[in-house]
Design a protein around this ligand. Structure first.
Ligand SMILES: [Zn+2]
Length: 424
């Protein structure tokens, strides 16, 4: 374990902890990238009709470490506040994720093939969608998942430890099944406070010749397409390959292969192993070179300016619509919509409502920090407002096709990277 000064943890504090030094390398040389404002916790959604009460809000300032390049939030909030017991788990069964995991399995089998005896362990295994590919391929599988989504995986015959991932969970896995030939962690690496503890726990779990495969939302995609709405306190860190390399090397791991993938608006899939166990593929160096070119101080300042400009441009567009007295309904209330609505300053005078698909646990509540009601999607077809604003704009094409097919006749507003209205 590398020497890292012990930090005061937000977990268990009941509040928050200011990031004074880099979460990975401990350097105090943190450069401010931008400030998104004070954001309410994403899952604070009071019931429609309840009177507004006092509510916390946490500053979302984005910092970049000049030493290891890690981009991170300047404040860590106690997970007990961000993930209350009522936190709605979602099962990972969107088509894009299912396709991604199937493709991941094919890539693993083509580059680092597993035999039928080999064990695959997934951290944050959700409803077992990822592991089902390994299970169907005839391999042994084991999931670790903190939410009750793990029960869905158990029902599919996937052994799942319903708990948070840490050293104790890693040891339970080894005791139950032995060491893993592959450990996967998709979209969980940004969420856990003590990142060194995660990597050390992975090492306990991983066979000497094992592969550690992570997928993380990719910071270069974030700045390329202005996805500032993915910045909120559940996401403590925003990775590049350079910053992942620095982190993994601190623990004796080496990146052997990497490439970009389309999930979550742009992610990066990274294969690592103990140093010297596998040749480093020629995919790694070009990505590091691109990051050195594209993620500079001046490019980050340009990103921050573009974020502000996109907000002002959206206001200009909404001003004309509201002047005509037309209605705007928003579509979708994913976590990122909370940052978007709060940063742009949208309220119930601008958006009539946000619509979610029937069955969503967000229906009947207000969007965080606002009095915009979340209602059922059927209202869109019954009311036919002039405009539908897409809050899951990173999958705009797919959404527009679906909403048209279900009978919406109005126009669509795609708010980012540059606000645009579709022709009718
Ligand atoms: Zn650092």
């Amino acid at each position: 374990m590398p020497t890292i000064a012990p930090k005061k943890l937000a977990a268990g504090s009941g509040g928050s902890v200011v990031v004074e030094t880099c979460q990975v390398c401990d350097s105090p040389d943190l450069e401010p990238v931008m400030f998104i404002g004070y954001l309410p916790p994403v899952n604070t959604m009071p019931l429609i009709g309840s009177r507004p009460t006092e509510q916390p809000a946490y500053p979302a300032r984005v910092l970049r470490c000049r030493k290891c390049q890690l981009v991170q939030l300047g404040l860590i909030v106690d997970p007990a506040i961000l993930f209350p017991p009522t936190y709605p788990y979602t099962s990972g069964t969107t088509k894009i994720l299912r396709d991604n995991f199937a493709e991941m399995y094919r890539e693993v089998q083509s580059l680092y093939p597993l035999t039928s005896d080999d064990l695959a362990v997934d951290i944050g295994s959700n409803d077992g969608t990822l592991l089902s590919n390994f299970q169907n391929g005839g391999h042994r599988v084991y999931g670790i998942e903190p939410t009750n989504a793990g029960k869905l995986a158990q029902a599919r015959g996937i052994t799942t430890d319903i708990s948070f991932f840490n050293r104790a969970a890693a040891r339970r896995a080894v005791a139950a099944k032995g060491r893993a030939k592959i450990v996967t962690a998709t979209n969980v690496f940004a969420h856990i406070e003590d990142v060194h503890e995660i990597v050390e726990s992975v090492l306990e779990l991983l066979d000497e010749n094992g592969i550690f495969l992570t997928e993380s939302h990719y910071f270069l995609s974030l700045i390329e397409t202005l996805q500032y709405d993915t910045i909120y306190h559940e996401h403590l860190r925003y990775y590049t390959l350079s910053s992942l390399k620095y982190l993994l090397e601190m623990h004796g791991l080496e990146i052997i292969h990497a490439h970009r993938i389309p999930t979550h608006g742009g992610s990066i899939r990274v294969f690592a192993a103990r140093k010297g166990k596998y040749p480093v593929r020629n995919t790694v160096v070009p990505i590091l070179a691109e990051e050195a070119r594209e993620i500079t101080e001046s490019k980050l300042q340009e990103f921050a300016r573009n974020v502000v400009n996109s907000k002002v441009a959206l206001y200009a567009l909404l001003k004309d619509i509201k002047a005509r007295g037309e209605r705007v309904y928003a579509i979708g209330a994913p976590s990122r919509a909370s940052t978007f609505v709060n940063y742009v300053g949208l309220d119930d005078g601008i958006l009539d409502c946000v619509l979610e698909i029937k069955g969503s646990c967000k229906i009947g509540k207000y969007m965080p920090g606002t009095l915009i009601p979340v209602l059922e999607e059927s209202k869109l077809y019954a009311d036919q407002p002039a405009y539908a604003l897409l809050l899951s704009w990173h999958i705009a094409d797919e959404l527009i096709a679906n909403l048209k097919k279900r009978g919406f006749k109005g126009r669509f507003i795609v708010p980012l990277p540059e606000p645009r209205i579709t022709s009718p």
